[in-house]
Structure formats: structure tokens, C-alpha cells
Design a protein around this ligand. Structure first.
Ligand code: ATP
Ligand code: MG
Length: 558
């Protein structure tokens, strides 16, 4: 997909909206985002949030937040609050927070209305019996022996279901529609089931709860949602959505389906994400490896990057899988503009500059963000002993002409400071380089280099005495497989055993002491890193937000 190509043209939902506005069907539009509070929001929800809120913004309309809270045993207040935080963090505002449970009385009244009109009945069959007699698309369902109950009997039984007289599973209220419909959802679908479970908002008032199909469209209608956007699985539910609205004679919201967001190497199902949490494959919903918004925020993904990503993937009518590299690209693109640079060495090895005066500390000026002049500069300490990254030194580079870093007799620039030449090195008992010896050239100071010397390599470094020790958590993909969703319930077999690597003693320039949890910086030449909430006064902990190498941009330029 070319990112620029689909910009000016309208997507199919915008086309519908513009037609509705042009024809005068609607004067303004209203959308909604309707999460079930049974888990935290993931990147797929972000797609839906951005779509609904941005459509409302574009057409000067309104987008509601409505909690679809009709399954009390899986839902709770913590999820409600988590979802509210996440949407606010993404940058969207709504009016009142709405709950389907606020409409339970109205929904109940509508059920009574349908019973009175002979359009709904109480069925005593079990779920198994109903499904065994449901038929196939070409063969009609068998009529329930309870289908022709009198209105009076239905009213009494339904009322008693509500009062808690019957055990769970013993009765359901069904709409009386069409047992021969080729659409299975129209074969007398359930409207209410018995659940003797307290609800986090309505307490123990109800012993029955409405099914999705008898709650969603009606809630849209109560709120006068003009365009109710949902994912493709609900396409077959649309005739039922419209049937209830027509039979009840209520505000005709319109359901429009689009393809859900699937992303490579990622699970976008709350149920499976909950399983990862419960089975402790991750530390929680906000484990930075999770595809939840709370985790991505902790990891340091900017909200703007997620919004850009959600817009870029566009709206499709066919299910497809988006490359996770596009999300990563959006994150880098945003952080490149906004993150200040600092010097950080993840795998330190000490360099002694033997001709540099002992005890001297020189402050050198460093640019905070080459992409943003207004970010200014800072001073960092330089001295006789500095750390560089182990990967920046080779005793014997295999292709010396392509290796521009340090090695015996080689010269490099220590960024913002001096050109140095390697004069020798020492190894420890295990054969690892333990100390690198250099000389520096005083006339090569950055900004004031009068030497005329040219070097090909520039290295990051951190002065030993002033270095801040820190813990860095390096994350890799949570799944090894490109399509873990295809694996069904066995998906945990595909977990990457090396998705977290912890570096204990990274060395960072002293300015990082001013950062607080949630701040993101670029460690020069290493990647973007965000201060984690696990940091304490004596120990700063960083999450690697993302490395610098952009596979998406690379693939695009091929
Ligand atoms: P899950 O299967 O993860 O529980 P869900 O659809 O049951 O997802 P809801 O809380 O009911 O979760 O979803 C709220 C809204 O977000 C719905 O309108 C739904 O269509 C939308 N949504 C959920 N997942 C995705 C996705 N992967 N891509 C786009 N929209 C999604
Ligand atoms: Mg759902």
C-alpha cells in the first residue's frame, strides 16, 4: 500500500456519510465507540477509536463513548477506568460516559412491547436443544414447543425470569421472526438470557441480561447514533439489527461494517490477551510487549504515532493483515521529531585516553535534537576515561574497509569531542577486551577542529566518573510466528522465549537523571528508550521503545 495514494479519495464510510449529508437524511452525524469493559484496549480498538472520533471531527459531529456492559461476569470497574484513560491518552474527548446498563429499563420495556405484539416468546428449551434444532442454511429450524405460548403466559414468565425465579439456562426470551430464514441470526434469536450474576453498575437488580443483538442497536438508537460502525463479523447480524429497530419503531441508526485490524506477530483478541496475563506469560496488561494501549504507552509509543498508524491503514471491506513494521515506522517517525538525543552505552567497555590530563573534566556541547532546533543544546562531561560500546571496537575487523569504528591504530571521532587513535588494548582471563587505550588530538575538538584530519567513524561515549548506571529492558516480538492468531487456542506455543532481555549496567550521560517515567529519549545510534515506572531514585529503568532501523521504510524504497 502506498501511504500517499489513498489520501485525497474518500473511504467507503466517508462516501456514505457525505451522501447522507448531501441528501439531507442527516444534518449532522453521530458515531460511537462501544467497548465491552472485559479487558484493556488493544491496537485493534485504537483503529476503531480513531475511525469513529476522526469521522465525527471531520464532519463536525459527535462521537459517544458507550460501555457495552451486558456480560456482568466478565466485566468490572477497573476495565472501565482503564479504557477511559487509554482513550483520553490517545487524545480524544467525548461528552457523558454512557453505559448500556443505563438502558436496561428501556430495553426491558421494549421486550415487553414485543411480547405484547406477539413478536417474542419465552422458550424453556436449553441452549443445546435450541442449537440442535436450529437447522442448516438450507434446512429450516424446528419450531420450539413453546413458540405459541399466549401473550399473558409470556409476560408472566418473562417477569419471573427477571425476578430470579428460574435457574440460569432454564429459559430464554426469543424474538419470533423466521425459522426458515437463510440467515441463521433471524431464526428466532435470543433476546434475553438468565444470569444470576451481580452487575458492577446495577448490582443485583437484574437476573436477566439482554443479548448483544437486543442491546447494541437499541442503544445506538437511544443515543441517535447515525452511523454505527462495527467489524465484519457483524455483517450477518445487520438484518436483525434492522428488524428490531423497525418492529420497535425507534430511531433508525445504520450499521456499517469494516474489516477489523489484524497485525502481523500480534494477537488482537481480549480473551487471548487475558490468557497471557492470567498464565503469567507477561507481567500484566501493561507489560511493554503487549499490544494493548496501556502497554504501548508504557513502552513509549507516542499517541500521535498510533493515531497516524490507524489512519494510514485505512478502512477496508476485506480482512487482511497489516505489517507490524508500519506501526513501528509510525513510532520512529514521531520520535525522530520529538525525542531528545542522549549518549548511552548499552554494553560498555572502558577507554583510557592516555595523553588526556588526569582529573580534568571538560564540558562539551551536544545537540538535543537535530530535527528540532528549538530543543537547543546541553553540556556533557568529557574526561580521560570514557565508555564506548563493545560493538564499536574490533581487534581485527574482517573487512577493515567497511568497518569505520575503533580498532588497533584506527582513528575515530568521539562525538562532540575529539578524534582519538587506538594505541593498544587489554583482555581479561576469558579473552574479552577489558580496556582500550587511546591518544587524543587536542586540535580536533568538535566545533573548533583546526587539524584538517578526516575520519569515517563517529562513536557515542559516556564519561566514566559521571556515568549513570541503569537497567535497560530490551524487547523483541512477543510471538515468533507471523500469524499467531491462526493457531487457535494453542497460540501460546508460539511465544518468543527471548522477548525480554535485561541489561543491568548500561552507562548513560548524567542528564538522564532529570527524566521521569514516561519520558522518551534517543540513545544516539541505539534507538529510542522510555523511562519505566519501575524506576527509583537510585536506579533508573528504561524500556527500549524501538530500535533505529526502519524495516518498513526500507521495504518501501525497494
Ligand atoms: P475482542 O475480540 O478483542 O474482545 P471485541 O470486538 O469483542 O474485541 P469490544 O470491546 O466489543 O471488543 O470492541 C469495541 C469496538 O472495537 C467494537 O466496535 C469493535 O468492532 C472494535 N474492535 C475490536 N477489535 C477490533 C479490531 N481488531 N479492529 C478494529 N476494530 C475493532
Ligand atoms: Mg465484543
Amino acid at each position: 500500500m502506498n501511504m500517499e495514494e489513498n489520501k485525497p479519495t474518500l473511504n467507503f464510510i466517508e462516501q456514505i456519510i457525505e451522501e447522507d449529508l448531501a441528501s439531507g437524511k442527516h444534518k449532522s452525524i453521530q458515531t460511537r465507540f462501544p467497548p465491552e469493559p472485559n479487558g484493556y484496549l488493544h491496537i485493534g480498538h485504537a483503529k476503531s477509536i480513531v475511525l469513529n472520533f476522526e469521522l465525527a471531527k471531520k464532519y463536525n459531529g459527535k462521537c459517544n463513548l458507550r460501555f457495552d456492559d451486558t456480560n456482568p461476569e466478565k466485566e468490572n470497574e477497573d476495565y472501565v477506568n482503564g479504557i477511559i484513560n487509554d482513550i483520553q491518552w490517545l487524545g480524544y474527548e467525548w461528552g457523558d460516559t454512557l453505559f448500556t446498563s443505563d438502558y436496561f429499563d428501556q430495553l426491558y420495556a421494549w421486550a415487553i412491547q414485543l411480547i405484547k405484539e406477539g413478536k417474542a416468546y419465552v422458550d424453556d428449551q436449553s441452549a443445546d436443544e435450541i442449537s440442535a434444532t436450529r437447522g442448516t442454511p438450507s434446512e429450516p429450524a424446528k419450531e420450539s414447543p413453546y413458540r405459541s405460548r399466549s401473550v399473558e403466559e409470556n409476560l408472566t414468565l418473562f417477569e419471573e425470569m427477571k425476578e430470579g425465579k428460574y435457574p440460569e439456562g432454564s429459559k430464554v426470551l426469543r424474538a419470533k421472526i423466521d425459522l426458515a430464514s437463510p440467515n441463521m441470526h433471524m431464526r428466532d434469536p435470543a433476546m434475553y438470557r438468565i444470569k444470576r450474576v451481580p452487575h458492577h453498575r446495577t448490582g443485583s437488580k437484574w437476573n436477566i441480561y439482554p443479548m448483544y443483538d437486543f442491546a447494541h442497536g437499541q442503544s445506538d438508537s437511544i443515543e441517535q447514533v447515525t452511523h454505527s460502525i462495527c467489524t465484519l463479523e457483524f455483517e450477518n447480524h445487520r438484518p436483525l439489527y434492522e428488524w428490531f429497530i423497525k418492529e420497535l419503531g425507534i430511531y433508525p441508526s445504520r450499521q456499517i461494517e469494516f474489516a477489523r485490524l489484524n497485525m502481523s506477530y500480534t494477537i488482537t483478541s481480549k480473551r487471548k490477551l487475558l490468557q497471557l496475563v492470567e498464565e503469567k506469560h507477561v507481567t500484566g496488561w501493561d507489560d511493554p510487549r503487549m499490544p494493548t494501549l496501556t502497554a504501548m504507552r508504557r513502552r513509549g509509543f507516542p499517541a500521535a504515532a498510533i493515531r497516524n498508524f490507524a489512519t494510514r491503514v485505512g478502512v477496508a471491506k476485506r480482512n487482511n493483515v497489516i505489517d507490524v513494521a508500519l506501526l513501528e515506522h509510525s513510532v520512529r517517525e514521531e520520535l525522530n521529531k520529538t525525542a531528545n538525543r542522549v549518549m548511552g552505552v548499552l554494553d560498555p567497555v572502558k577507554v583510557v585516553i592516555e595523553n588526556y590530563p588526569e582529573g580534568m573534566v571538560e564540558m562539551v556541547s551536544a545537540i538535543n535534537n537535530p530535527e528540532d532546533e528549538s530543543a537547543g543544546t546541553r553540556e556533557i562531561p568529557f574526561s580521560r576515561e570514557v565508555y564506548i560500546d563493545r560493538s564499536d571496537f574490533m581487534e581485527d575487523p574482517p573487512s577493515p574497509r567497511k568497518f569505520f569504528r575503533l580498532g588497533p591504530d584506527r582513528e575515530v571521532r568521539l562525538k562532540y569531542a575529539y578524534i582519538v587513535r587506538c594505541t593498544g588494548y587489554e583482555k581479561d582471563a576469558d579473552g574479552n577486551v577489558s580496556l582500550i587505550k587511546c591518544e587524543y588530538f587536542p586540535d580536533t575538538k568538535s566545533g573548533n577542529d583546526t587539524s584538517g584530519k578526516k575520519v569515517k567513524g563517529t562513536l557515542g561515549w559516556v564519561s566514566v566518573n559521571e556515568a549513570v548506571d541503569s537497567e535497560i529492558r530490551l524487547y523483541d516480538r512477543l510471538f515468533l510466528d507471523e500469524n499467531p492468531a491462526a493457531e487457535g487456542d494453542e497460540f501460546t506455543k508460539l511465544l518468543n522465549p527471548d522477548s525480554l532481555n535485561i541489561i543491568d549496567h548500561a552507562k548513560l550521560e548524567p542528564s538522564v537523571k532529570d527524566l521521569t517515567a514516561g519520558d522518551t529519549v534517543q540513545f544516539e545510534r541505539q534507538g529510542y528508550f522510555t523511562v519505566d515506572k519501575d524506576s527509583s531514585v537510585d536506579r533508573i529503568v528504561f524500556n527500549r521503545t524501538i530500535g533505529l532501523r526502519d524495516n518498513w521504510a526500507k521495504a518501501q524504497s525497494k
